[in-house]
Design a protein around this ligand. Structure first.
Ligand code: ZN
Ligand code: ZN
Length: 351
């Protein structure tokens, strides 16, 4: 397909603009996808506000956005898994396929991964993208392309819940009720964990967690979180704790509220990258610590969980913005974190 597309670029810290760029041509093993919806991720906001995450530094003009769903409009000659007209969710990371990690099925650890919106690789705040067809997952009829966009954060939540090996009969605590905390709770539900307690310091987020099925919520700015969890678990503590808030305080609480023999999964990055943990307590309880980096082999499972109705994924969205209003979308999402849990940009989507 020849032509020009609208692309939103970050031109500097806190600044967005539009550029016209040629519509990309799909290679033999790629699909050209017309992008309908893109979710705004915490990492996008971090790049937007500070220009960098660790060693990844934005060099403007840079395209943000990595959570997207859309419609296939053209495919390369080797592509067989999707065809024009298919609605798809795009897994954003293209890996090398032959390093030790790719060969052992842990492709999320591939050192040569090319990931949307991770400098210097551009993201998808644009009307079209050419992407490896194997990373384009068809959506069943009852899953929208907006939900398709949200499969990406949901995959993070699923990977966390899977790492915890959580299952029915357990009590899980999710620390932090941002987008990743909420999708982690949804993934725990899908794995059969009914008793999920969510903590945060912002009421709007806790309200959202309740709406989406949290068994109980704890506002950490109003009560002692560990005490509250002990009370809610009749003094036993949690079988599974998933830390998504990324703070020193919540990391310590994770160890304190864990039951003996429990699993803690660390998901959130702290500001400095460091935390101090009460290790004697962790040893006394024989805790298992796990971590996650993005996800692997999760898209089919996550799409199926949404299609089956086990997960109300669109329920996490609090704000929907038009593509033309991307500056406003980024500014509001960055500055009103107390009320905006999850923003989605409607790129070319209709409804
Ligand atoms: Zn994301
Ligand atoms: Zn690799």
């Amino acid at each position: 397909m020849k032509g020009i597309m609208k692309t939103a670029v970050m031109t500097g810290i806190g600044k967005m603009a539009f550029e016209e760029r040629p519509i990309p041509q799909p290679k033999d093993d790629e699909a050209l996808v017309k992008i309908e919806y893109v979710g705004v991720c915490g990492s996008d906001l971090h790049y937007y506000e500070s220009g960098a995450i660790g060693n990844y530094v934005v060099k403007p003009p840079f395209v943000l956005g990595h959570e997207c769903g859309g419609v296939v409009v053209e495919v390369g000659k080797n592509v067989t898994n999707v065809k024009p007209g298919d609605r798809v969710a795009l897994e954003p990371g293209k890996t090398c396929g032959h390093c030790e990690f790719c060969r052992t099925g842990r492709y999320n650890l591939c050192p040569d991964v090319i990931f949307f919106a991770t400098p210097p690789v551009d993201g998808v705040f644009q009307e079209y993208v050419a992407h490896e067809a194997a990373l384009c997952f068809p959506l069943p009829e009852n899953v929208s392309t907006m939900e398709g966009a949200l499969i990406e954060p949901l995959a993070v939540g699923f990977h966390a819940a899977n790492q915890a090996q959580a299952g029915p009969g357990q009590t899980a605590v999710v620390l932090g009720a941002g987008c990743i905390g909420l999708v982690t709770m949804l993934a725990l539900h899908a794995r059969g964990v009914r008793n999920v307690i969510v903590t945060d310091v912002m009421d709007a987020r806790l309200q959202k967690a309740k709406e989406l099925g949290a068994q109980a919520v704890v506002n950490a700015s109003q009560e002692d979180t560990t005490e509250a969890i002990m009370r809610l678990t009749q003094g036993k503590g949690a079988d599974v704790v998933i830390e998504t808030a990324g703070t020193q305080q919540t990391s310590r609480q994770a160890v304190e509220m864990a039951k003996k023999g429990a699993v803690i999964v660390f998901v959130g990055y702290t500001k400095t990258g460091d935390v101090t943990l009460p290790m004697s307590l962790a040893l006394d309880k024989e805790l298992t610590f796990r971590t996650i980096f993005r996800y692997r082999h999760i898209y089919p499972m996550a799409i199926e969980a949404v299609a089956s109705g086990a997960i109300n994924l669109k329920g996490i969205v609090t704000n929907l913005f038009d593509f033309d209003d991307i500056q406003e979308a980024m500014d509001k999402s960055a500055h009103d974190k107390a009320n905006i849990v999850k923003s989605v940009i409607r790129i070319t989507g209709k409804n």
